[in-house]
Design a protein around this ligand. Sequence first.
Ligand code: CO8
Length: 258
Amino acid sequence: MTYETILVETQGKVGLIRLNRPQVLNALNDQLMTELGEALVAFDADDNIGAMVITGSDKAFAAGADIGAMASFTYMDVYKSEYITRNWETIRNVRKPVIAAVRGFALGGGCELAMMTDFIICADTAKFGQPEIKLGIIPGAGGTQRLPRAISKAKAMDLCLTGRLMDAAEAERAGLVSRVVPADRCLDEALEAATIIAAYSNPSVMMAKESINRAFEGSLSEGMLFERRMFHSLFATEDQKEGMAAFVEKRKPNFSNK
Ligand code: CO8
């Protein structure tokens, strides 16, 4: 598959996607979101891939939706075509883990894209924000919904209403990111985490992801029930037998993803 706005490669069992519109700080347009979705779906279907990493450049993960492309759009243009937003759901349906490695700016749609991944590892240079209010709009790809869940209503309101940026230290304190590392370590750290994940039994990884996502939809009791059913079902896998036997026999497990 040939892409124009992203660079795609594999490193062992990890699929790596680099957002690649450097001239506009990786501003997200329809083509990029379509290509990103296609690459994620292809990795998700690939038995040789166990996890994915999305990253940008040193300066920007993504500085938001492409403002130039949207500037002249009317309500009917965006409503009828579902401009950009029609492609955003793809990432939610990916079943294998996706990590965002964020260096530099993750603003507007860029921050929303990072939040759509399963977790964010960021560089000490990272800056997060939802500055749409400065443009006379609001976040359109989950910012008002995922931010309050991720970092509290107070901080979500603060960021969305003032448009200010949040640095990496504040993002870690607030719980938006799982780790902050020096900028030159960021991508390697994410690739190492993805490599660790990809070496585990794929069904248990997918069920862990599915169960954690349940925590954000529905009640605690429904989530607990879902988790229990997933837990029980893993006893039907060969990998559960292998994983536990390996522990008992004091050796490394050899997972077959079955
Ligand atoms: N869209 C288009 N071009 C951009 C964007 C963007 N979001 N961000 C930066 N660029 C371009 C600049 O215009 C500039 O181009 P040129 O060299 O031709 O002038 C180039 O990238 C470099 O940018 P700067 O010169 O501005 O670099 P600075 O280091 O001075 O500033 C900033 C970096 C602070 C990131 C600054 O570029 C900025 O404020 N960018 C805009 C950030 C923003 O407002 N993002 C939110 C956009 S709206 C959005 O994301 C809505 C999401 C809704 C999703 C659903 C859509 C339907």
